[in-house]
Design a protein around this ligand. Structure first.
Ligand code: UDP
Length: 325
C-alpha cells in the first residue's frame, strides 16, 4: 500500500511517515518545505511542492499509485491566523480542495485529515466530538471548513474520511531522529526548553487572568507518536471497510489538562534548570481551557496512547532539542 502524506516534512507529518515506514507501508511525501525541514523527509519519494500547485500535484498523482492520503499540509499558527486569515483560508481550504479533486479523479477513497481542537472554541471541557463547534480563531475556522467540505465530498464521491481533532501535539520520536523543529517557534514546550538551554532569556506567559485555577490557559498535551498511531488506525479501518462514504470524527488528546504554569514546572523538573518567566498580555484567539475526551476513538478503533505522563512527553522533546542544530 502506498500512502500520500502531505506535509510529510513537518512536525506531525514526519512522525507519521516514520510510523508508516516502520509498519511496512510505502510513502510518498508532498511538502513545499515552507515550514517543514528537508532533514525530516524520511521517504524516498518526495515532491517538493505546494499542494495548491496543480502541475506538481498532477505529476505526483500520475506517477504514483496512491491507495490513501494522510493530509497534514496546512498553516497552523493561531496568532498568525488572526493577523492573516486569508492566507489561512487560501492554504488550508484551497489546498485540501485540490487534493480532493485528485482523489476523485483517480478513484482514491480514503483520507485522514489533520483537524484540530480549535474547531470547538470555548466548549466546556472535557470536550466530546458532539460538542458544538464555534472556533475562536481563523485557524480553527479553516479546519472546520475543511471538515464540512469533506462531508459533502464524501456524500457526492463516496470518499471515506477521518477528521482527527488534535489537542496539543508535543514530544519527539523516541529515537531522537526527528522532532519539533520549526523555522519560527511559537509553541510553549519548545520555547520553555529553549529557555532551559539558554537560547532564550525568558518565557512570556500569555495571560494569567483566565478563569482557571491559576489564571493561565489549560491545554491537553498528547505525544506526537501517539497521534501518528491514531492516523494509521483510522486509515486501516477505512481500508478494511467494504462500504464507501465512511465519516469518522475523533478527538485525540490525553484527557488531562495542564496549565501554562504547570508545564513550566514540569519543564523545570525534566531539565533541572530554572525557567525565567514573565507575565504578558493574552494572545488573541486563545480559549481558556481545552481538554479532550478521547473515549470515542479508544472504544471504536482501540487507540491506546503510549505516553501518559507529561514529564515523559517533555523528556522526549528535551532529548531532541538538546541535539537540535
Ligand atoms: N503560551 C505561552 N507562551 C508562549 C507560547 C504559548 O504562554 O510563549 C501559551 C498559549 O497562550 C497557550 C498554551 O501556552 O495557552 C499553548 O500554546 P501553544 O502555542 O503551544 O499551542 P496552541 O494551544 O496554540 O495550539
Amino acid at each position: 500500500m502506498s500512502i500520500l502524506v502531505t506535509g510529510g516534512a513537518g512536525y506531525i507529518g514526519s512522525h507519521m511517515v516514520l510510523h508508516l515506514l516502520e509498519k511496512g507501508y510505502e510513502v510518498v511525501i508532498a511538502d513545499d518545505l515552507s515550514t517543514g525541514n528537508k532533514e525530516a523527509v524520511l521517504a524516498n519519494k518526495f515532491y517538493q511542492a505546494d499542494i495548491k500547485d496543480e502541475k506538481a500535484m498532477a505529476r505526483l498523482f500520475k506517477e504514483n499509485q496512491i491507495d490513501g492520503v494522510i493530509h497534514f499540509a496546512a498553516f497552523s499558527l493561531i496568532g498568525e491566523s488572526m493577523q492573516e486569515p486569508l492566507k489561512y483560508y487560501e492554504n488550508n481550504v484551497t489546498g485540501t480542495l485540490r487534493i480532493l479533486k485528485y482523489m476523485d479523479e483517480y478513484g482514491i477513497k480514503n483520507i485522514v485529515f489533520s483537524s484540530s481542537a480549535a474547531v470547538y472554541g470555548e466548549s466546556p471541557s472535557p470536550i466530546k466530538e458532539n460538542a458544538g463547534t464555534n472556533p475562536t480563531n481563523a485557524y480553527g475556522e479553516t479546519k472546520l471548513a475543511v471538515e464540512k467540505m469533506l462531508k459533502w465530498a464524501s456524500k457526492a464521491y463516496g470518499i471515506n474520511f477521518a477528521a482527527l481533532r488534535y489537542f496539543n501535539a508535543a514530544g519527539s520520536h523516541v529515537s531522537g531522529r526527528i522532532g519539533e523543529k520549526r523555522k519560527i517557534e511559537t509553541h510553549l514546550i519548545p520555547i520553555a526548553l529553549d529557555v532551559a538551554l539558554g537560547k532564550i532569556e525568558e518565557l512570556l506567559i500569555f495571560g494569567d487572568d483566565y478563569d482557571t485555577f491559576d489564571g493561565t490557559c489549560i491545554r491537553d498535551y498528547i505525544h506526537v507518536s501517539d497521534l501518528a498511531s491514531a492516523h494509521l488506525l483510522a486509515l486501516e479501518k477505512m481500508a478494511n471497510e467494504k462500504k464507501c462514504g465512511l465519516n469518522m470524527i475523533y478527538n485525540l488528546g490525553s484527557e488531562k489538562g495542564f496549565s501554562v504554569n504547570q508545564i513550566v514546572e514540569a519543564v523545570k523538573s525534566v531539565t533541572e534548570v530554572n525557567i525565567r518567566t514573565e507575565i504578558a498580555p493574552r494572545r488573541s484567539g486563545d480559549p481558556a481551557v481545552l481538554i479532550a475526551s478521547s473515549e470515542k476513538i479508544k472504544k471504536e478503533l482501540g487507540w491506546a496512547p503510549q505516553y501518559t505522563d507529561i514529564r515523559d512527553i517533555i523528556s522526549t522533546a528535551w532529548e531532541f532539542r538538546k541535539k537540535m542544530r
